[in-house]
Design a protein around this ligand. Sequence first.
Ligand SMILES: [Zn+2]
Length: 287
Amino acid sequence: MLVSSREMLVKAAQGKYAIGQFNINNLEWIRAILNAAQAEDAPVILGVTESACAYMGGLGTVKAMACGMAASLGVTIPVALHLDHAGYEMCLMAIGAGFTSVMFDGSKMPFAENLRLCRTLAQVCKENSVALEAELGSPAGEEDGISGSGERADPAQCGELAQAGITALAASIGNIHGEYPADWRGLDMSLLAQIKSAVDGLPLVLHGGSGVPEAMVKTAIENGIAKINVNTECQIAFAHALREYFEAGKDKAAKGYNLQRLLRPGLAAIEEVVRKKIRFFGSAKKC
Ligand SMILES: [Zn+2]
């Protein structure tokens, strides 16, 4: 059964560790992520972008796949199903379809409008036991059709939005969607500290968690980050494992063209990334 991410995030913020949100792209990804989280005894969030959701057949199909796979695998860890970077109407549809967490991305709207819509959605989420993530500022980079200017969050606005009934806040602090460039200047820890003191214990979210150096992630967790989104790193590990498989000519030997065989190394690679991240975020053995 899927649960709201509220409780796991509050516990993580209090315990100074972070829950991993791992984005899913098909049925096998759900399986790999759930297996990894179960093996680490870690609460986990399955994240879905609008574009991945459309690719997989829509909200209802994604919900059914996540629930069905969790039941088939007999997972006992808390699992939340989260819609990533969505508009207002899409959030309502996801709540109706049985998602247990939604991210309303009003970061490109005027602040007053973002705040107003967050307040309205927070009420709907509360009635349905769904967690609500809001966003301020806009991570640079591009991923799954989501792109941003790199504008940083304003701590005073973060404080105001934290009072709107939201569960968690993604505040842009120099983080980037997709791969980090070689000349990246790192996360703005002094801004994060200001935001942390403005939001009064509300769990903070780091988007673009792939490729952030480990020491920087540790400092960010100490400064209030309680949820870290990972997508790119799993995609690269998956693609790399499949490249090796094909380059070694394994698809041409011993029925290696069979889908179950040729996807296996990719899925093992995702499991390895997810287990490593979970241990590093500190969420292992936190069920
Ligand atoms: Zn994001």
